[in-house]
Ligand binder design. Sequence first.
Ligand code: CMC
Length: 452
Amino acid sequence: MSTDAQTTQDSSGGVAQAADTLTVTDNRTGKTYEVGITDGTVRAMDFRQMRVSDNDFGLMTYDPAYMNTASCRSAITFIDGDAGILEYRGYPIEQLAEHSTYLEVAYLLVYGELPTPAQLEEWTHLITIHTFVHENVKGFMQGFRHDAHPMGMLLGSVGALSTFYPDANEISDPENRMIQTIRLIAKMPTLAAFAFRHSNGQPYVYPDNDLRYAGNFLNMMYKMTELKYEPDPRLERALDILFILHADHEQNCSTSAVRSVGSSQVDPYSAMAAGISALYGPLHGGANEAVLRMLRRIGSKENIPDFVKGVKAGDERLMGFGHRVYKNYDPRAKIIKQAADDVFEVTGINPLLEIATELERIALEDEYFIERKLYPNVDFYSGLIYEAMGLPVAMFPVMFAIGRTSGWIAQWLEMVQDKEQKIARPRQIYTGLRTRDYVALDQRADAASPAA
Ligand code: CMC
């Protein structure tokens, strides 16, 4: 509304105080508008009223890559990138990594509160009894080529789960949503391990429900001829911590994909498959692989100064450093560094660790990285741990996907219950030609091929 009043109504119907408004003058028309500011945010729809004529569509906001646009209200994960703070439901990640377990954190993300002992027991029981997949899922996975990428196999098989649970599209039924939530968290490690065994040409190993979540995953990955697989408790704990650290990270690319696809009211398996697709990309779930390749290429500590010189000259990036949100040490990187020591105690030191530690030391003292606030991120050390555990780099994003499943599903649950959400449908600025007459094929002159 065009107004000079002291209070104004935003498009959600909420009334903002005079101090919490933004006054905008549209210099095309000379009109002045006040729009409400709520939670440090203006509503893009409040700009639609700003028009040059009656048939003008109204002003839109343009924000490629959503650099400055909040797409939802969420009570799940808080990040303060300048201070290096990450909290799930208000609990600092450091405390969760030290005292909690992945399944407890999954409960926290999904329900919003830490479970009581009885609730945790029931939740753990429910997840544990759903770890098996239908035998036809196994048959389906066996159809992949021997050299299929495990992330591609995971993505295909999670999508395929929607055909095994056709009732999953009843997303308005809370009980139904919860059973799919349990199935997804329970079955993701099974599908991930099957994908790994398939790549190795090894028989798939069924879940062992006597084991805990991470221990059972190690069993399905590494069990050979022994009657009972006994996971090393130090590896089991380190893996559990890695799953906790990856569990959620608010509106990142894959979570936004889950929310966006889920907003069409499709079943959660299809929405999760979209999340896995997004995570498959090298800019998201693949950076830890790039870190390993970089460390191997550097080869020894003596070559670090030359490498850093190349980075500063803009020849390449120091992978595992820098973050869109964190302008401080990524809190997850600190915790992973500690977990790495426990893993190396079991597996022996990864020779690349020495190069990584020295590289970090040199970079953190260098003006280039200090000025730009570039610190190690979660991927700087995680690849070293995975490699020490015997995982090929192709499995790294799969490991990320197992941990992130609880976050994706918690965000999906929040989205489907959010009355303000509708099907996601961004606008565009059309830059193409308008209203042309069709030209018959034999009358078209040769022209350069149009860009794809
Ligand atoms: N090495 C060297 N210089 C860098 C790096 C780096 N890793 N990251 C940023 N910079 C420089 C960049 O060149 C620019 O310098 P200048 O101002 O002189 O042009 C400045 O720092 C700002 O960089 P930016 O590209 O505008 O920052 P961004 O927020 O768009 O990029 C990033 C964030 C994570 C893509 C980037 O830091 C990067 O490419 N890092 C390496 C890849 C990586 O480790 N990715 C994992 C991210 S954490 C996993 C996850 O949560 O998904």
